[in-house]
Design a protein. Structure first.
Length: 147
């Protein structure tokens, strides 16, 4: 039981760290013009597709590591539930507490931290992210069972 709880915690933390590293690296590599729609802080379609790819891959890695640590049982499913619950909770909070879009005009290069704080995503993207991550966790958990 303790091993399963530890597996879920480690899997979630690993997913978080990998996502932060991936998004910061990708943004630094491609820049604001690729990441945002022209002249705005609205995420571009390219960024949204890449975002879901990163979330899926980090979910798979998190689910696989969770399954490896737990060795057996349903720890990856528990991690998927945690990802859904926390993800939806953060999505609801983020949506409710987000100030109205001021349609601020983006000019030139934007530092990473400013881009993160000002970025705007459609509501459906914010709520689909946890679903994609949970699907990745389940896939990753099943990979361990095959080996």
């Amino acid at each position: 039981m303790l091993r399963s709880v530890l597996a879920v915690i480690v899997g979630y933390i690993l997913m978080f760290i990998l996502q932060v590293i991936a998004f910061m690296t990708i943004y630094t590599s491609v820049g604001a013009d690729w990441s945002f729609k022209p002249g705005s802080y609205q995420a571009s379609t390219r960024w949204t597709v890449m975002q879901f790819a990163v979330i899926l891959v980090t979910g798979i890695i998190g689910g696989l590591i969770c399954a490896v640590i737990a060795r057996r049982g349903k720890a990856p499913l528990a991690l998927a539930v945690v990802v859904l619950v926390l993800g939806f909770g953060l999505a609801v909070l983020g949506t409710a507490l987000r100030p109205a879009d001021t349609h601020e005009v983006r000019t030139g290069s934007v530092p990473n931290m400013e881009a993160m704080s000002k970025a705007r995503h459609p509501t459906w993207v914010v709520f689909l992210g946890p679903v994609v991550a949970a699907a990745g966790v389940v896939i990753g958990g099943k990979l361990k069972r095959r080996s």
